[in-house]
Design a binder for this molecule. Structure first.
Ligand SMILES: *Cc1c(COP(=O)(O)O)cnc(C)c1O
Ligand SMILES: [Zn+2]
Length: 421
């Protein structure tokens, strides 16, 4: 069970009761969960965690629920993959992928935040859950609301990928496509919340939702053998994940589970929507909102809720921020698939491509332990690879047909081979 005293303003430190609220009424700062770390210190050890379930709920004492989780019991504890082939291609000898493209139940890192948010919404007694989503959050809220037996009403910007839309509708959710960008959808949801008493997982439930992201950081440290890495390259949308990985590592340090944290946190965005990395590169602490224009739609937030803290995290850790073009995203998605057999969505292309750039800049060194965050599944963003591959060869179900095409293919490979020489 969690050890939550209440909520606390991140800026002025005013304390609040556990309620579905997210903004300080005095200074308008964001509210966060206020944990009783003294109580946590008494119960959390490496052994207590290791004897827990193979899911994010092995860290239940560090997550913001008062009762046992009600949905997403199998979410998290995704593989930390040693990426030797990709490492060779990028010039990194200790490269890992934290692979949430196989997260349960909807194949993205969002399953973590939604497991917490919907469980919390049920503790509060809501009967309807909602969200403003760039796609993956919609999938996860729809799926886990179905599991919970709650109604869901989900808002997305128009123009999302077919896989993200079908991957929401299939669970019986009410899905509404709003003309505009994610930022328009988010503003609309805040207005809807005034008239409808719903749990908006990333708005009024945001303090609890955000802490679901901590489990991604805990797992990286535990799976590295209770060590934090030298570098983590994180995809940034609203900046929840990047700030919570940092928070997770420092909580583990405070609990004595890892040595002093010296991890550099790198923010990764698409150039077509890069308010956070642009600010970092300009040495600015403030976000200048942008209008998103990129194939990396899942991380296309032009005015990120926690953007200010995302910038601070990268800077405080000694990391940096970089962004890459849509063409570079596609190349990186292919590189990851060809080297490691991992098919990620556009956001994973962003982190792989940005890592490549950071290595070239000398900001990530060849023998450092580096973790690339892979946060979503490529089957959901197939549009990104449209036109990249020719259709498969079609043959009759006859051995002659095969041998004929095989000799042609073989000849083709031979020509390619001499070409490369
Ligand atoms: C939402 C999302 C992120 C990052 O989200 P934050 O709002 O920055 O926490 C990263 N990758 C994918 C695939 C996502 O859907
Ligand atoms: Zn405040």
């Amino acid at each position: 069970m969690g050890h939550v005293k209440g909520l606390i303003c991140k800026e002025c430190k005013k304390e609040y009761a556990k309620e579905p609220i997210h903004v300080c009424e005095f200074c308008f700062g964001p509210l966060e969960v206020n944990y009783d770390y003294e109580a946590i210190k008494k119960v959390v050890t490496k052994q207590s965690i290791e004897s827990g379930p193979p899911s994010m709920w092995r860290y239940e004492a560090l997550l913001p629920l008062d009762e046992a989780p009600k949905v997403g019991l199998h979410t998290g504890f995704t593989p930390l993959v040693r990426a030797k082939n990709l490492g060779k291609a990028l010039g990194l000898s200790h490269l890992y992928l934290k692979n949430d493209s196989v997260n349960h139940p909807t194949f993205s890192f969002k399953d973590r935040v939604v497991s917490v948010a919907i469980s919390k919404a049920m503790e509060f007694g809501f009967d309807t859950v909602s969200c403003a989503s760039t796609g993956n959050l919609a999938n996860s809220v729809a799926a886990q609301a179905a599991e919970a037996g709650l109604k869901s009403c989900i808002f997305i910007p128009d123009g999302l990928e077919a896989g993200k839309i079908l991957g929401t509708l299939v669970y019986g959710a009410q899905l509404i496509s709003v003309k505009g960008s994610y930022d328009d959808v988010n503003r609309l949801c805040s207005e809807i919340g005034v008239n409808h008493n719903w749990a908006f997982v990333n708005i009024n439930i945001r303090p609890y939702y955000g802490d679901g992201s901590k489990s991604y950081g805990y797992e990286i440290a535990e799976q590295l053998g209770w060590k934090t890495p030298d570098n983590v390259v994180v995809p940034v949308a609203g900046s929840s994940l990047i700030t919570k990985i940092w928070k997770a590592f420092h909580e583990f340090e405070m609990l004595g589970l890892v040595d002093k944290v010296q991890t550099k946190i790198f923010a990764a965005q698409a150039t077509g929507c890069s308010p956070v990395t642009t600010a970092i590169k300009n040495g600015s602490e403030n976000i200048i909102p942008v209008k998103p224009n990129t194939i990396a739609k899942s991380i296309a937030i032009g005015n990120p809720a926690d953007g200010y803290y995302g910038i601070k995290t990268a800077n405080a850790s000694g990391g940096y921020g970089e962004d890459i073009s849509d063409e570079e995203i596609v190349s990186a998605m292919k590189l990851l698939a060809e080297t490691e057999g991992v098919f990620t969505e556009t956001a994973g292309g962003v982190t792989v491509g940005v890592t490549q750039k950071l290595v070239q800049q000398g900001r990530i060194k060849p023998d450092e332990v580096t973790v690339i965050c892979i946060t979503g599944n490529g089957l959901k963003t197939q549009e990104a690879l449209a036109g990249c591959f020719s259709a498969p060869a079609v043959i009759e179900a006859k051995i002659d047909s095969f041998e004929e095409i095989f000799s042609k293919l073989f000849l083709f490979h031979l020509i390619e081979f001499f070409h490369e020489l």
